[in-house]
Structure formats: C-alpha cells, structure tokens
Design a protein around this ligand. Structure first.
Ligand SMILES: *Cc1c(COP(=O)(O)O)cnc(C)c1O
Length: 411
C-alpha cells in the first residue's frame, strides 16, 4: 500500500511485471515461480542486518537471532540433500556465479588448470569463458559433447583429463538435456587426482526430489543456485567435504564477499523446507514428465532436438531445418507470449548473438499445475508461430486466456 502511494513509478512497474509473468508461458529453463512464503522472507526486515562472519563468529553485535536463521538454513540444506555427516554447507553466496568463483578462489591458485564443459556446448560463463573472471584467471581446458549423439563422451573426457592433468574437474551445465553420470566423472577425477566439483544449479530441485542422480556420494564439492528447479530465492549454496570447508568459508568471507544477505538466507531455509515435502517430489517428477511430453510433441511437429530428447527439465531445439535463426524465433515467440531464450547448439555454425537453437524448460509452467495435456497444446502453439509468423498476435490472446486457468504461485 505504501509503495503504491510513495513510489508509484516502481509500484506500477512491479504490477506490470506481475501481469506479464501471469499472462505468458514461461519456458526459460532457469526460471520459476517462488512461493508467497519465500517472497515474504525475501521482503522481510532481515535485510536490515549486517552479519559479516559466520554463526557465533560475527564481527557485528546483535546477531543472536540472525545466527539461528543461518543455522536453520544450513541444517535444512543438509536434510534436503541428505548430506553425510562429514559434509559442510555455506549458504552465504549471493548467487551461482560468485559461488563458483569462491570455490576456485578457495581451492586453487591463479593459473591452475580446471577442466569443464565448453560454453557453446552447455557450460556456464563461470566455467571458463574468456570474458569471465574464471577464464581470465584460471587455465581452462574444455570438453564438449559427442557430435554424433549430443551426449557427454566419458572416454573423451578421460583422455583430455589424462593429457592435461587438471587440478579440478567440473561438471554441471546450463544447457545439457541428459542425465549426468556423476560416478564416471568421479572415476576420472580419481584417476588424475583432481578435485571433483559439480555445479548442479539447473537440476538441484530434481536431485533433492530423487528424480536425478545426486553427485553428493561421489564428489568433493557441489554448488547450486537456489532459484532454478529448487524454486527458492536468487542465491546459491556451496556443499563440500569437511576437508575443504575452511578454505571455502574463508574464500566466501572475507575473500570475496562482505555481509551476507540474511533475508535471502531465510528464504533459502523456507525453500529447503518446501523441497522436503511430498508435494515438491511430485512437482519435480511432473517437471520431467512435462519436459518429455513437450519434447515428444515438438518432435511430432518435425522439430529436431539436440541428443534426440531430454531426461531432465530442459531441451534444446535445433531450428536449422525450420529456416529460422534462434534470435528471430525467440523474438517471434515473445510476441506470442511464449518466453524462451536462444542458445547455441553443439557445433553451431552460427554465432552466439544469433545462434541456431532455442532452449525450453518446464520448471516454471509445471509450478502453475500444467501437465502432459497442456504440453501438446504448447507444442502446437510453438509450431504455429514458427511456421506462420502472422499468427503470433492471435496466439498471444489464446495464451492469455489459457494461463488464467493456471495461477502461478506468488503472483
Ligand atoms: C545459472 C547457473 C549459474 C549462475 O547462477 P547466477 O545466479 O545467474 O549467477 C552457474 N552455473 C550454472 C551451471 C548455472 O546454470
């Protein structure tokens, strides 16, 4: 009420964005709709407090309640991911990118070799992009997917590790539609005596729900954002074996961050309680069912998918046979109220600004209660818009009516 009267400009922009989020089909694989309770914690007075340091070792006074918030968040992360007793949790990273840099900074020296997935085949900027701090300060060697299958080729990854002796091997991706064999990665890391790190930012929610294999039994360090399939606030967590705990904690604070955002940490705690429910497990199962259904329907309409399908919440559509680039497709779909992002496909002959593919994910639409039946409807809208650009406006109207039947959490 007070924002509305005291700052009508921002109030109105929030209202417009709320309407936009309600009226579109949100297919960006990294987005989701958080609960009212997560929003309430984020918007709470916890944002007022400075708490540099860690629970019971703070540099500021007045943290006796904040300590309990952070300890609860840590305990709930441990329960959600079923961490062994010799694992440690840091809930302070502001987001996924800093979390990754904080691990490198804590465990490696500048210039050390890190092996990770190349960006154009599904890696993240913080996995060694030349424009990112990671690529500028560490020596990255990159593996990719097999040209034939679009899947990870573990023999090739082993050969590259043997040849380059990385100090850290990183797996976990932003655009890989298939199950990751964490056990094979661990074997490769053990063979070359590298630290094993998994960045499960995208699939975190599937992992806690038991819908995707967990890296925890196999890896040394695991990072994840909390706002993608985990459906929490924009933040991240670092989980590690105890022997890395002190180096990672020092790297997060005072190494790379100052005061933790305790309002976000409280929201992480709320989300970690939510993911332990039967309802969330069902949700995560439905996310994957929906992705498979959407993939099959799109294939029925003649779309080509990288690797021929999906095991998780996302798929990569290679538009080469549809005579449209990723940029045009994304913009056209946007006009129709279908929100996606363009993406490179493996061995893409086109450039990142206008690549050959679009990436689609089902995490957000599944939070609105959509099921397999709705996926075939969505596939037919995508097909209609890509095939005949003039229908975009009509489709937008249809989607506006359609989405009214699927209220999104938190809106
Ligand atoms: C999203 C993502 C990140 C980064 O998260 P931000 O919160 O956007 O910084 C890191 N790694 C992977 C694999 C991701 O998908």
């Amino acid at each position: 009420m007070s924002l509305r009267s005291k700052d009508p400009q921002i109030y109105e922009l929030i209202q417009r964005e709320r309407r936009r989020q309600a009226e579109v089909l949100e297919l960006i694989a990294s987005e989701n709709y958080v609960s009212d309770e997560v929003l309430e914690s984020l918007g709470s007075i916890l944002t007022n407090k400075y708490a540099e340091g860690y629970p019971r070792k703070r540099y500021y006074g007045g943290n006796e309640i904040i300590d309990q918030v952070e300890e609860l968040a840590i305990a709930r992360v441990k329960a959600a991911f079923e961490l062994p007793i010799d694992w440690h949790v840091n809930v302070q990273p502001y987001s996924g990118s800093p979390a990754n840099l904080e691990v490198y900074n804590g465990l490696l020296e500048k210039g050390d070799t890190i092996m990770a997935m190349s960006l154009d085949q599904g890696g993240h900027l913080t996995h060694g992009s030349p424009v990112n701090f990671s690529g500028k300060n560490y020596n990255f060697v990159h593996y990719g997917v097999s040209a034939k299958t679009g899947r990870l080729d573990y023999m090739e990854i082993l050969k590259l590790a043997d040849r380059t002796h990385p100090k850290l091997i990183l797996c976990g991706f932003t655009a890989y539609p298939r199950e990751i064999d964490f056990k094979k990665f661990k074997e490769i890391a053990e063979k070359v005596k590298a630290i094993s790190m998994a960045d499960i930012s995208h699939i975190g929610g599937l992992v806690v729900a038991g819908v995707h294999l967990s890296p925890i039994p196999f890896f040394d360090v695991v990072t994840t954002t909390t706002h993608k399939t985990l459906r929490g606030p924009r933040a991240a967590i670092i989980m590690s074996k105890d022997k890395f705990a002190s180096a990672i904690d020092k790297s997060v604070f005072p190494g790379m961050q100052g005061g933790p955002h305790e309002n976000a940490i409280a929201a992480v705690a709320v989300a970690m309680k939510e993911v332990k429910t039967a309802a969330f497990r069902k949700y995560a199962e439905q996310v994957v069912k929906n992705a498979k259904a959407l993939a099959r329907s799109l294939q029925d309409f003649g779309f080509k998918l990288v690797s021929g399908g999906t095991d998780n919440h996302l798929m990569l559509v290679d538009l080469t046979n549809k005579n449209i680039g990723g940029k045009d497709a994304q913009e056209l779909l946007d006009l129709a109220g279908i929100v996606t992002n363009r993406t490179m496909v493996p061995f893409d002959p086109r450039k990142p600004w206008d690549p050959s593919g679009i990436r689609l994910g089902t995490a957000a639409i599944t939070s609105r209660g959509m099921k397999e039946k709705e996926m075939s409807k969505i596939a037919s809208w995508i097909t209609a818009v890509i095939t005949d650009h003039s229908v975009a406006d009509n489709v937008r109207g249809e989607i506006k009516r359609f989405t009214k039947n699927f209220p999104a959490p938190g809106l």
